[in-house]
Ligand binder design. Structure first.
Ligand SMILES: Nc1nc2c(ncn2[C@@H]2O[C@H](COP(=O)(O)OP(=O)(O)OP(=O)(O)O)[C@@H](O)[C@H]2O)c(=O)[nH]1
Ligand SMILES: [Mg+2]
Length: 482
């Protein structure tokens, strides 16, 4: 018995020393000899993260469509190859499966992913200018980390007690009660509950389930404030106590073993064991960040969705402004993101004459957020991109007027269709203003979105997939380090 426990003690000690040495070793060799860029890719559900990473990796390997990336244009990227990633416990980004989906016959969009994943692409780069004659090629590792934007929204939970959080969420549900059955149902359930009464697990589970149903319905209606983020994206935490809590009205007294006490304990466990490790172990190590936004999707859903996206972006970007949050500052230990790109995805739904207006709306949507990020020393930029271009442009004439359209294959029917999505306003305020004031519908224009199937690709060797400004995005994000 004694022997056994001592043995365990010694092995785990030896193990941790060994691991310590290993860590120091990898870090030293990487920082001394082979630079690493850690690129975070995030965005809310369906923003286009998976397609972006898949297309970016292919385009860095097959660089013929990447003239906007200076190192590629100058022919200095000698090779790009996938390597084992540095983090052994993070799932690998399944590049092969996603690229396989896009190049299948017929092609289809990759599956929804909904958790963190990582991929290492190593680039062999020749130096530019004066150094080119003296120095040989060096290796730069690009570690791409895909994670749900919803996880960043959880940051606000770090600052809140269960009582505060409950109050806010119940108020939000009350405001949505009239339009959401799920909100009304949850409120009825929570009001019938005696929070001071003894915990009964099945009732805690019923509350958590009803609350999760509300979150799912809110998200489907275009709401983005759907925290706690893991409720909708549970992964292997599904059914565990850290996800079995829900907001309640605070009772006058909270006896031990009461429902309230236990919910409070689980809320704290969620913060300590889910939210904090994510920020400490993953977020803190990111150097460059792209935040993808399906701006067209939100505009199509209407003013409330656009306003909600703006508010969510404000919360998300709070994570890039650690000064304000003491807890976060401690988790980040002085590290910060150097560059942040806000990219409106799926710009291939618009004729190129509309792209500048889409970029302006994206900039305006993240304006408050951008100001704050800049404050924290990060460089930021906004653009409209398409990771994979699924359409071609076409001018259509109707009753003497010209309409700049895009044409593609419809996902639902497999038929070709031309889309005129509506003209975006020159001044972003024409959309953001009414959205902020709570307008029910857009006044001047209906904005259409269609779901296009991915294009049938026939690529020559050296040629990556067709895209819009993916090369410019890459230049902003990593170009200066190549
Ligand atoms: N036309 C067009 N559609 C795109 C593009 N990128 C993404 N989409 C569409 O958006 C959907 C979502 O893209 P994903 O890359 O899976 O988005 P995600 O952010 O990884 O989504 P989750 O993993 O569900 O959070 C795709 O299935 C496509 O329908 C693009 O460049 N052009
Ligand atoms: Mg994904």
């Amino acid at each position: 018995m004694e022997e056994g426990s001592r043995l365990v003690g010694i092995t785990s000690l030896a193990d941790s020393i060994l691991r310590g040495v290993e860590n120091v070793g990898t870090r030293a060799s990487e920082t001394l000899f082979e630079p690493v860029i850690r690129l975070g890719v995030t965005g809310l559900a369906r923003a286009g993260k998976t397609v972006f990473i898949t297309s970016l990796v292919t385009s860095l390997r097959e660089r013929e469509r990447m003239h906007g990336l200076v190192a590629a244009q100058e022919g200095r990227i000698a090779a790009a190859y996938l390597q084992p990633q540095p983090d052994d416990t993070v799932p690998r980004f399944d590049y092969e499966a996603h690229w396989g989906a896009l190049t299948a016959r017929p092609p289809h969009w990759p599956e929804s992913t909904r958790a963190i994943s990582e991929l290492r692409l190593s680039l062999r780069v020749r130096p530019s200018g004066l150094l080119s004659g003296i120095q040989g090629a060096r290796v730069v590792h690009l570690d791409i980390v895909d994670y749900p934007g919803e996880w960043l929204l959880d940051l606000v939970l770090l600052e809140k007690s269960y009582a505060e959080w409950s109050r806010e969420v119940l108020a939000r549900l009350s405001a949505r009660k009239a339009t959401s059955n799920e909100a009304a149902r949850y409120l009825a359930l929570a009001e019938a509950e005696d929070a001071a009464g003894t915990l009964e697990e099945p009732r805690a589970q019923a509350l958590a389930r009803a609350f999760t149903d509300y979150l799912a319905a809110a998200r489907d209606n275009g709401a983005y404030d759907v925290t706690p983020g893991r409720f909708l994206l549970p992964g292997d935490l599904a059914g565990s106590p850290v996800l079995t809590f829900a907001p309640l009205a605070e009772p006058a007294r909270v006896p031990r073993r009461s429902l309230w006490r236990e919910m409070e304990r689980r809320f704290d466990a969620y913060r300590a064991q889910v939210v904090r490790p994510f920020f400490r172990d993953h977020f803190a190590r990111i150097d460059r960040q792209i935040v993808l936004l399906d701006v067209l999707g939100a505009i199509h859903k209407g003013p409330a969705a656009l306003e909600d996206m703006r508010a969510a972006m404000g919360d998300i970007l709070g994570a890039f402004r650690p000064g304000r949050n003491a807890l976060l500052a401690r988790l980040l230990r002085g590290r910060r993101v150097e560059r942040i790109l806000f990219a409106a995805t799926k710009a291939d739904h618009l004729h190129h004459s509309e792209h500048a207006r889409l970029a302006a709306i994206t900039a305006a949507l993240t304006e408050g957020a951008r100001e704050r990020a800049r404050f924290a020393g990060a460089r930021t930029e906004s653009m409209a991109i398409a990771s994979l271009r699924a359409t071609v442009e076409e001018i259509r004439r109707h009753e003497g007027q010209e309409f700049p359209c895009v044409r593609g294959t419809l996902l639902e029917t497999g038929r070709q269709a031309a889309l005129y999505p509506g003209r975006l306003p020159d001044d972003p305020a024409a959309l953001l203003g009414p959205a902020r004031r709570g307008a029910g519908t857009w006044l001047d224009e209906d904005y259409e979105v269609m779901n296009f199937a991915p294009p049938e690709l026939s690529l020559r060797p050296g040629e990556g997939p067709p895209h819009i400004r993916l090369d410019r995005a890459a230049q902003f994000l990593i170009g200066d380090r190549l």
